[in-house]
Write a protein of this length. Structure first.
Length: 409
């Protein structure tokens, strides 16, 4: 997948693409961009030095009166903060050091609603994001309608933000000088885990990328990674299709589904932020939208009026039930696998998830293998759940267990 990059000006330093580049997309009225985004960008720039070309792109998709080019120039020229970012600093949540702004800053090209809804603009996104070999014409048409519906809600938007279907800010993209996206992530992330991820591409200087077709066709590991990327693409397409008539973002749909199936203890902003690897501010924004649409309600806890549990309303429950089966088309071929193949696939995927969890790429995992009650089997000895007091076969192992208790290290 290619990065679509459009900008109108460079207002801090000189900008040239290197062989490998890291772009952070931010808004000036985004506290998380300054609390987490810029410090991480500075840390990665210092760690990799000339191995990595770093820059920041100022965009806008909300709060249009605050996220302006004028305020970006204020930030660059004087270090001045505005809006919620300034209030975060005044409240002591942010200690902004203008020296952190040590990279070129680009201004995202802004496009208005009429251009966002042009067929040519939408088709260009679909051609870049969707593999026609695994996506039917009907699915592409549904995605096209979903995008037009989503863009119709925006009076204007940063072109780079829109063309890459970003979920919010801060968003990071590692890409090559030919604009091939290698890694991307959204929100707060652990720096050590990110470095582990970037090292794969930077230290090997792209010589063994799983997306290098010559290497891929000679290496089964790379073909597995490429196949998993295709499946993740299918998840994105199916989730986008669900938002066609609801005017909700993908993460808002995911939150509704999560609320329907998980206990009260997990239905809090702090837990949701960890669950989806996002900042509390980003989750709070989504909760605010869902509350305005009367899909959820809040019930404040008597011992702490700042904390609340989130409940689905009747209307929200209907939407959650309607969207919860968005993966049916992926489930169909899995259902046709032999039982032994299903077990092997499950164990392999759980091992990958456990590794990603240990390295910090993904956070909360409620699997048997990360549970204090779980005793793994070996040889002829079966797995055992000490909570349920029963033996477990491989096919019994859970990905998301309601009785899960994390191992304390």
């Amino acid at each position: 997948m290619k990065l679509a990059l459009s900008y109108t000006d460079v207002i801090n330093g000189k900008f040239t693409l290197g062989s490998i580049n890291l772009m952070m997309v931010f808004q000036v009225n985004c506290p998380g961009c300054f609390i987490h985004g810029f410090p991480l960008l500075k840390e990665l720039q210092a760690h990799y030095n000339n191995k990595l070309s770093c820059f920041a792109l100022a965009t806008v998709f909300e709060d249009f009166h605050l996220n302006t080019e004028e305020h970006v120039r204020l930030l660059v020229n004087t270090g001045g903060l505005i809006g919620e970012t300034l209030r975060s600093q005044e409240a002591g949540h942010l200690n902004w050091d203008s020296s952190t702004l040590s990279v070129p800053v680009l201004i995202d090209e802004f496009v208005n609603q009429s251009e966002l809804n042009q067929s040519e603009f939408v088709n260009r996104i679909i051609q870049n994001m969707v593999d026609p070999n695994i996506t039917t014409a009907l699915e592409q048409e549904n995605m096209r309608a979903t995008l037009k519906n989503y863009f119709s809600q925006l009076p204007k938007c940063g072109k780079t933000f829109a063309e890459n279907l970003m979920r919010g800010t801060p968003s990071f993209f590692l890409f090559t000088d030919s604009m091939d996206i290698l890694v991307q992530w959204f929100g707060h992330a652990d720096s050590s885990a990110i470095k582990n991820n970037l090292d794969i591409f930077i230290n090997k200087k792209m010589g063994k990328s799983p997306f290098d077709l010559k290497h891929q066709n000679e290496n089964i590991d790379s073909r597995i990674i490429a196949a998993m990327e295709r499946i993740s693409q299918a998840f994105r397409v199916l989730l986008w299709n669900e938002s066609k008539e609801l005017s909700l973002s993908p993460i808002q749909i995911q939150i509704l589904i999560f609320l329907m199936f998980h206990s009260e203890a997990k239905r809090k902003v702090s837990y949701l932020a960890e669950e989806f690897n996002m900042t509390k501010a980003t989750i709070s924004d989504s909760i605010k939208v869902l509350e305005q649409k009367k899909f959820i309600r809040k019930e404040y806890e008597p011992h702490d009026t700042r904390s609340y549990i989130i409940y689905l309303t009747t209307k929200g429950l209907e939407i959650a039930k309607r969207t919860a089966s968005f993966t049916n088309q992926i489930q169909e071929p899995i259902a046709r696998l032999l039982a032994e193949d299903k077990e092997n696939l499950l164990i392999s995927l759980m091992s990958i998830i456990q590794h990603l969890n240990k390295t910090g790429v993904i956070t909360i995992q409620r699997m048997c293998k990360t549970c204090v009650h779980f005793s793994p089997g070996s040889g002829k000895t079966q797995h055992f759940c000490n909570l349920l007091n029963q033996k477990l076969l491989d096919r019994d192992l859970r990905i998301d267990c309601p009785e899960h208790a994390f191992i304390v290290k």
